[in-house]
Design a binder for this molecule. Structure first.
Ligand code: ADP
Ligand code: MG
Length: 263
């Protein structure tokens, strides 16, 4: 058996009293596109952060191609498109600066960009169709353009794994189509992709496989199987939501699950 690209084994994460991941396990093979679905608060962003090595699990372990996340990250193997809430959009960085961050691992400690660094950044900007916005401050882009800038950072980096946390939230159709096309291209070049999304309709076109998360991985399989209403109900509906959740969150989730008629 070959080593999985991502191995998450019985990972538990708490924030203080809040249990965000509860013995979650996931194994993902190289060059697959995997969709991560689950309602707000189900632990999607926490799972990304654990895979990135930004959060240490209280229990369990994560291996990236058999290595620790810290090592994989240091080697520049993991590209990360954070959810919008996790980015400071006021930061005085241009689009080009953000994409150049992907080249830090290729530069010496002076961080002076080489010709090759600049060429890689230009190429990545071109692939995400943002060349004309290269000098704009990152916050001055539309939602979809911001996401494309972070995808370009991963491309410039030469990442062999891309983690995308809700890249389609608040995004125009053109950006969604561009990102989807790029992810397909990257996967066919051997890149492994984990992507969280609420766009369930697009899931079968977007992904090779899907994961249903509710603190645990409830299900992992072909999108059309995971999307069956009785499976979605496990993560989005009904009584599983009401266990151990703080009162306000429970009310929120009830409201959300009422709004969402997946059947
Ligand atoms: N920094 C934090 N401090 C405290 N609680 C957090 C923090 N980040 C997330 N949480 C809580 O952990 C749970 C999982 O959150 P998260 O991973 O962001 O879920 P998702 O991305 O699926 O919405 C939620 O209950 C959330 O409120
Ligand atoms: Mg999130």
């Amino acid at each position: 058996m070959s080593t999985p690209a991502i191995l998450v084994e019985n990972v538990t994460v708490h924030y203080g009293e809040v249990l965000a991941l509860d013995a979650a396990s996931l194994s993902l093979d190289t060059a697959r596109i995997c969709g991560l679905i689950g309602m707000n608060g189900s632990g999607k962003s926490t799972l990304f952060k654990v895979i990135m090595g930004m959060i240490k699990p209280d229990a369990g372990r994560v291996l990236i191609h058999g290595q620790s996340p810290a090592k994989a990250r240091k080697e520049g193997g993991i590209g990360y498109v954070p959810q919008s809430e996790d980015v400071d959009w006021q930061f005085p960085l241009s689009v080009r600066d953000v994409v150049m961050m992907g080249r830090y691992g290729h530069q010496g400690f002076t961080r002076r960009p080489s010709k090759a660094d600049r060429a890689a950044v230009d190429l990545a900007l071109d692939r995400v169709e943002l060349s004309e916005f290269a000098n704009r401050q990152i916050g001055q882009l539309s939602g979809g353009q911001k996401k494309r800038a972070f995808v370009a950072r991963g491309i410039a980096q030469g990442a062999t794994m891309m983690l995308l946390d809700e890249p389609f939230a608040g995004v125009d159709k053109r950006s969604e189509a561009t990102i989807t096309r790029l992810l397909r291209e990257l996967a066919s070049d051997g890149c492994t992709i984990l992507i969280s999304t609420h766009d369930l309709h697009a899931l079968p076109q977007l992904c090779d496989e899907a994961v249903l998360l509710m603190r645990k991985v409830l299900m992992h399989g072909p999108p059309e199987v995971v999307l069956q209403p009785e499976h979605l109900a496990m993560a989005f509906g009904l009584d599983v939501l009401n266990r151990d959740l703080p009162e306000q969150e429970t009310a929120n989730q009830r409201r959300l699950s009422k709004q969402q008629d997946w059947s």
